[in-house]
Design a binder for this molecule. Structure first.
Ligand SMILES: Nc1ncnc2c1ncn2[C@@H]1O[C@H](COP(=O)(O)OP(=O)(O)OP(=O)(O)O)[C@@H](O)[C@H]1O
Ligand SMILES: NC(=O)c1ccc[n+]([C@@H]2O[C@H](COP(=O)(O)O)[C@@H](O)[C@H]2O)c1
Length: 368
């Protein structure tokens, strides 16, 4: 019986999903969309899902909050480390300019068609792209590439001047749409109100997300920018990447404007110094303090683990001017008696750090 089910599955038409978007940064919901869609098609035994592709948009799309594509690619790669079937395509970002979604779908569809129909590896020139799903050649039937999106993207079809009607028609007629519900959207009504979408309704699959999560990239950016925690809203690796690079103007109680995160060595001795400086300004601890400390420890601990040889070493000067301005301070802080280098800029900035810490403290208290 199970052999029969397996055989039937093998006969189901094959589909793959492509999600376009900014992914600035990628959130767990971007990846959940793929899982929800795959379950829908496979559990209803309608299709065999062969792969998922994430295609971040080009830098020149220019949307507010769009991090450089190199960072977005790196973050998506990190987020995808736990997935066995969703892959990243860098074709769109490496294009000379912004590409319309219709062309993105066409490119990936054509590539898969040619690949499946070519007789063997020798026909392929150069290495295969990383986004190409595995084992496509085990069958010869075509793969339908569908656009996977949240209901808000579907509703953006109505924004004047954003999508050309012929593009929308091409996408729904020749590829098909898989739409995941999202709070605040009414995709059924939206389809009803659009003649094109109603015409091709059979090519649109609406899937209710029964476990909605309204996390979005813009929300995450806002929290980061305010110095608030986004832990558990992002993959830990993605969060660590953002902390290291200082993307999205990330603020932290312990990382001030005078010392940019990407210039820091995450050195325990350094952190101790900053902590001492801020503790000068501290009033009796509040619950909020605990949260701040936890955040701080997350950051240093994980980085310290991964940068073990750097734990008890000196800080680095990022420019000759800074090098001249460095001041050595001996700081006994455990095994190896770390030598902490503090730039004059940051040493002189202690008052500033103190007053910033005070201001933050006041702001926190006012928020209570
Ligand atoms: N929470 C969510 N639920 C359902 N779909 C989502 C969710 N978050 C993002 N998506 C979908 O993921 C795709 C890529 O989204 P994109 O990165 O452009 O949007 P976003 O996370 O909503 O970002 P922003 O907040 O910057 O607009 C889109 O199809 C979007 O609808
Ligand atoms: N005409 C088009 O093909 C068109 C228009 C707007 C957005 N998009 C794409 O939709 C995705 C999501 O964009 P937003 O985050 O602006 O909703 C991006 O990948 C973008 O390139 C395509």
């Amino acid at each position: 019986m199970s052999a029969f089910i397996e055989e039937t599955k093998c006969l189901l038409p094959r589909i793959a999903f492509l999600a376009c978007g900014c992914f600035s940064p990628p959130t767990p919901m971007h990846l959940r969309m793929f899982e929800i869609a795959r379950d829908h098609f496979e559990m209803n035994e309608m299709h065999k899902v062969v792969g998922g592709i994430i295609s971040p948009t080009h830098d020149s799309y220019g949307k507010k909050g769009l991090a450089p594509s190199a960072d977005r690619l790196a973050m998506v790669k990190l987020a995808l480390q736990s997935s066995t079937w969703i892959r990243l395509s860098d074709w769109e970002v490496n294009h000379p300019q912004w590409v319309r979604t219709r062309s993105v779908l066409q490119y990936h569809q054509n590539y898969m068609n040619n690949y499946v129909n070519s007789p063997g590896d020798k026909e392929q020139s150069g290495p295969l792209p990383g986004w190409l799903p595995y084992n496509l050649r085990e069958r010869k039937d075509p793969i339908q590439l569908r656009l996977l999106c949240g209901a808000d993207l579907l509703e953006s079809f109505a924004k004047p001047g954003l999508w050309a009607d012929e593009d929308i028609e091409d996408i729904v007629a020749n590829h098909g749409l898989v739409v995941i519900t999202r709070f605040g959207s009414n995709p059924e009504r939206f389809i009803f109100e659009s003649d094109i979408l109603t015409k091709y309704q059979r090519n649109i699959t609406l899937i209710t997300n029964w476990v909605p999560n309204e996390v979005s990239s813009s929300l995450v950016r806002r929290l980061l920018n305010r110095g608030q925690s986004v832990k558990y809203l992002l993959d830990d690796l993605v969060l660590e990447y953002i902390k290291r690079t200082g993307l999205y103007n990330m603020k932290s109680k312990y990382i001030t404007d005078t010392v940019q995160p990407n210039r820091l060595l995450f050195n325990r001795a350094y952190m101790e110094n900053i902590k001492n400086a801020t503790s000068l300004a501290q009033s009796p601890p509040t619950d909020d303090d605990d949260e701040g400390d936890e955040q701080h420890m997350d950051e240093t601990d994980s980085l310290l683990k991964r940068q073990a040889p750097r734990v008890f070493c000196c800080g680095e000067a990022s420019s000759p001017v800074q090098a001249r301005a460095t001041k050595l301070m001996l700081n006994r802080s455990g095994p190896g008696q770390a030598v902490q280098v503090i730039t004059v800029e940051s040493a002189m900035g202690t008052d500033k750090i103190e007053s910033q810490a005070k201001k933050q403290k006041i702001a926190q208290v006012q928020q209570l």
